[in-house]
Design a protein around this ligand. Sequence first.
Ligand code: N01
Length: 511
Amino acid sequence: MSAPLPSTVRHLIVGAGFAGLCAAIKLQEDGETDFLVVEKGLDVGGTWRDNTYPGATCDVPSQLYSYSFASNPEWSSSYSPQPEIQAYIRDVAERSGTLDRFRFATRFEDAAWDDAAQVWRSRITGPDGERTVESRTLVVGAGSLSEPRLPEIAGIETFGGDLFHSARWDHDVDLAGKRVAVIGTGASAIQIVPELQQLLESTGGHLDVYQRTAPWVIPRNDRRYGSLERRALRRLPLLRKAYRTGVYWAHEGYVPAFTVEPRLAAPAKQAALANIRKGIKDPALRERVTPYFEIGCKRILRSNTWYPALAADTTELVTDPIAAVTPGGIVTADGTERPVDAIVVATGFHTTDLPFAEHVTGTAGRTLADVWRESGMAAYKGSTVPGFPNLFVLVGPNTGQGHTSMVFIIEAQVAYLRGALRAMREHGWGAVEPRVPPFRRWNSNLQRRMRRTVWTTGGCESWYLDEHGRNTTLWPKSTVTFRRQLARFDADAYTTTPATPIRTDRQEQPA
Ligand code: N01
């Protein structure tokens, strides 16, 4: 049984995915040991704990999709499957010596800033009920791809068969021999569909894939590591580092194509078109899966098996829009009803309306969601927001990546957080809050830069853009630039307030 929740703690971290765990480890390294990590799930891992769908695999190479301070020589292949990534995160957590301050099955309900006491007061519900926890800082690592977005389709609630989201796979449902529909053709669906197609083909079932927008899909070229290679990676940390650096720069090569000149992505486009030709013989089907927009406008996907799975006799690609779901099937706009036993909705996540924002109330008594609804989701350096002192958002607005590892971004943000905490300690500040002018400059710069990116000019609709067409999710420059911008805590961009004493339950405060 885990220890009861303390009523005060120096730092409250929400979420135990890559981001929350990284914050915990690095705070510990700095001697900031008085923290608490609350996690609604039963384990660390975040999105890698939740996404257990068949075929779940990282589409960023494993060497890069891991912490720089915990490289792993044991990956079985160049793109790791979900169970290996989950095992990696768990292993890092166990070795970090921080797990005693993690509380699982414990939900962050909401938090409000108390200006006089300079604390966040959070309502937390754990196995022992609800408790208020006061903390000087609130670090949110709740993830930007954690809350499933269910499609709003007429009649979907009347469906009589099994229906679940890709990120909440129901392993109790046996799909063998069934008629199954997958709605969506994004990063999750292109991994699920080939697995389902194999299962259904071998068991006399059938698969309908509902495509609203054809994605660009380049080959994945996955490769299993041989035993010699693994031994070399295990024994030679410098080789691991060089490998990681090579993969990093190979991916960073996409940045100019996304942000300056889309024509630079011509080789990727050719590879995607060749992938279609290789996987599909039927010219009509080839045409239906060929995207209409510029490559890169939506996330470029990677698969060798997606097109063959769509071309299989037991699969039907449906491109007529869905009109309704009935108790027994899906009806498209042309009036056809296709009966199904199960529906997998691979329709993505809430990204431009991050759900945690509804639950955080700042100095003006308004929630972050209220502020963002009015003026669009925005933060200073993707991390802090005026009116919300000592709130640090990891994987915040405009930090997302279409081409490389989010772990790199998380580490840069945690470095910034550490800088802020160091400055607070050294100067005796109880609160830091970004000033409005630097915040505005940062965001107008970003949005100006955004105008010429392929995400804006590429002719697609994507979840990168909010309802006003503003890209509030992606970072429009190189990740090197991001890291450089966040390398130092720039106190001059902040209003700083001297500390009033804070009461804590623990004795292990740094001086
Ligand atoms: O979600 P998505 P995802 N009716 O939003 C369609 C990460 N990820 O879960 O394109 C019909 O990309 C929608 O159609 P359209 C990665 O960052 C990483 O696949 O909007 N269709 C689209 O086809 C990724 O970007 C890995 O027209 C509807 C699909 O559903 C992010 O997660 C692996 C619909 C949603 O695609 C999200 O990927 C997997 C409707 N009402 C995911 N609503 C890695 O390997 C939506 N769609 C690291």
